[in-house]
Design a protein around this ligand. Sequence first.
Ligand code: BG6
Length: 306
Amino acid sequence: MTELDEEAAALQRRFGRPGAVDFAVSPLGGVVIHLTAGGATATVALQGAQVLSWIPQAGAPDALWCSPLSKLGTGKPVRGGIPICWPWFGLHPFVPASQPAHGLVRAAPWSVESTGTGETGSWAVFNMSLTPQQQAFAGMLTAALRVTLAEKLTLELVSHNAGSAPVAISEALHTYFAIGDIGRVRVEGLEGRTYLDQLTKMEAEQRGPITFDRETDRIYWDTGGALPAIKDDGLARSIALSASGSKSTVVWNPWSEKAARLGDIPEEGYRQMLCVETANVGPRNAVTVSAGKSHTLSCSLTATKI
Ligand code: BG6
């Protein structure tokens, strides 16, 4: 028995609910939880509390894309599923050169706090605290992520400020959706919203649905209340996102050149993935968490055939 087998077995004894919440060693090389509810399944890695797979109905294809080139336990985040960007999105606002992009918790180990199963689905709660060294510049923050699998997949990310001064955070549930082909998808629901094009640094207003024929990297501001949907003609599937505690939506596809530079997306792999991220991006949509208070960012995903 390897150390990972032992860890999975110990977690299964403590938190497992056979057939609904099951711990296992992933072929990617780390411990994961398999959630099952009705015909749906989801897999969540303890590394990064990262959802790696979501099969919304028995026999359906995975609704999340995950790079076959990624592994757990390498110190790098897995490229795919739903990485948690926290407590900042993109570059650190003050010390970008010395800190990793997208925060501190994507490749960090999270702890399992609790699990359950019942009429509302199967769920697991993970938590993590910043180290004292990280707290020195990022604030006395802790994070908890609840993943609930039912007819929908729901993620709730709670940021708690245990310190005595307010802390500004930015964050994202950086979802990589699996799609038939990038040339045959459109994102609806963001019409009329203002976005920052991260490639040109210009702002513009979204006209009509978003379609893709090149690298796309946009932060849509003030999207609270928007209901983005990914209409995928290739897979005859629509995925609807509903969010709360979210003011921004990020839409990203690296296209061929950037995908090659990133090094963990297979050739042509960019055609099968699209990120639509439920977020709060600074400076405009950063969230200030008062001392002793919490903020919750959540998103629910629903997949239907079209
Ligand atoms: C997106 C950003 O959210 O994440 C992009 O808008 C970035 O600019 C992408 O390239 C991937 O980031 P990373 O750190 O996972 O390579």
